[in-house]
Design a protein around this ligand. Structure first.
Ligand SMILES: Cc1ncc(COP(=O)(O)O)c(C=O)c1O
Length: 391
């Protein structure tokens, strides 16, 4: 079938939840993907910050194949080696104590919100289930995470939302202080709002988060679904800040493209989940956690964090050097880079893909670049040259 025929069929048999590009992707190699017609694209989206090692990394493929031939799934009625080892790695990397595995970012955040509610109710009182989140945030599409997502446009049509959520403007310390009350269980924040415009927390706001954590006994949940697993140049973005998370949520990069989510929490919080309180059939299954193990090991074996820092500086410098009048700002950290534009970002995304570069957008007319974490300088040169041409 041609792309055109396949897309027509896809439109007929799948729900219209996504505005997909009119390309059918069939294979990938490193930082490149190829469509059905054989066109090659430089992939600076990485499956929206998932494909840490790019496409079809031979070691990753071999590791997954080996695990698939051994044990794909066995359910959480049993223990298995990859799951225990991945949990241990996440504990060691974060300094937090215990892990719960899920299948996606939304599911990870759903677990974080449920855990925070249970903690609040059991330690502060029956009404202490309130959660404060940020305007423009993005935490997922399940009902609890959609409620936590501070974007009314995404919530419209799905009311009633969950009770007990309030929203403060990103980086508005005074609003945060005013939002806290004796029934506040937790605040949920992204260090950089990946979907919401590549906006970064200010040190002043972080100080306020620490203040309410210490003085009002409010849990701090850091949504590291997009920023975690090396994306910003440290394993977790909060490690470059003064934040002291009680719970972090992870997904995206953790599986290198294979679906997995996780929360990692302090023990005195994690203890509030008891057998039967929360669960999942697939979450943290042997294949998914084998993927996670391979990805985390690759950070050490391939010195990936150093590559992120190095290539981040190189990419930012290359974009800055364009000195293009349509670029209003360059923001973000590591290989989560936002470029503010005067031209409509949707046009730039489309034109770039026609010229062989895949990039995406973020709120506020921001172009978002999310190359794989092992991206090379020559690929950055090529991407920036295409961007220059598009702009
Ligand atoms: C910060 C953040 N949290 C949560 C999610 C939801 O993750 P998923 O799409 O895997 O459910 C996303 C997805 O973009 C995200 O960027």
């Amino acid at each position: 079938m041609t792309s055109e025929a396949l897309i027509a069929l896809g439109e007929q048999v799948t729900m219209h939840t996504f505005n997909r590009a009119d390309k059918v992707m069939v294979s990938g190699q490193g930082t490149y993907v190829t469509d059905l017609e054989g066109n090659k694209y430089l992939d600076f989206i990485s499956g929206i910050a998932c494909n840490v090692l790019g496409h079809a990394d031979p070691g990753f493929v071999a590791h997954l194949s080996q695990q698939a031939g051994k044990l794909i799934h066995v359910s959480n009625l049993f223990w298995h080696e990859p799951g225990i080892h991945l949990a241990e790695k996440l504990v060691n990397l974060s300094g937090l104590d215990q892990v719960f595995f899920a299948n996606s970012g939304a599911e990870a955040n759903e677990a974080a919100l449920k855990l925070a509610r249970k903690w609040g109710i059991e330690t502060k009182g029956p009404d202490a289930y309130e959660i404060i989140s940020m305007k423009q945030s993005f935490h997922g599409r399940t009902m609890a995470t959609l409620t936590a997502t501070g974007q009314p446009a995404l919530q419209t049509g799905f009311e009633p939302l969950l009770p007990g959520f309030s929203y403060v403007a990103f980086n508005d310390s005074q609003a945060l202080i005013e939002a806290v009350n004796p029934n506040t269980a937790a605040v949920i924040v992204e260090v950089i709002q990946g979907e919401g415009g590549v906006n970064q927390l200010t040190p002043e706001f972080i100080e306020t988060v620490n203040q309410i954590q210490d003085e009002a006994n409010v849990l701090v949940i850091i949504d590291e679904v997009q920023t975690g697993i090396g994306r910003t140049g440290t394993m977790f973005a909060y490690q470059q800040t003064a934040l002291k998370p009680d719970i972090i949520s992870l997904a995206k990069g953790l599986g290198g493209g294979y679906p997995i989510g996780a929360i990692v929490a302090k023990k005195d919080v994690a203890n509030h989940f008891q057998p039967g309180d929360h669960g999942t059939t697939f979450g943290g299954n042997p294949l998914a956690t084998a993927a996670g193990n391979y990805i985390l090991d690759a950070f050490e074996e391939r010195n990936l964090l150093a590559n992120v820092q190095d290539k981040s500086a190189y990419l930012i410098e290359a974009i800055t050097k364009l000195n293009h009048p349509d670029v209003t700002e360059i923001k973000g950290q590591g290989l989560l880079i936002g470029i503010g534009l005067t031209k409509p970002v949707a046009d730039v995304v489309k034109e770039a893909s026609n010229l062989g570069l895949l990039v995406t957008s973020s709120k506020g007319n921001v172009l978002r670049l999310l190359p794989p974490l092992n991206v090379g300088k020559d690929e950055i040169d090529q991407a920036v040259a295409i961007l220059a041409q598009v702009l």
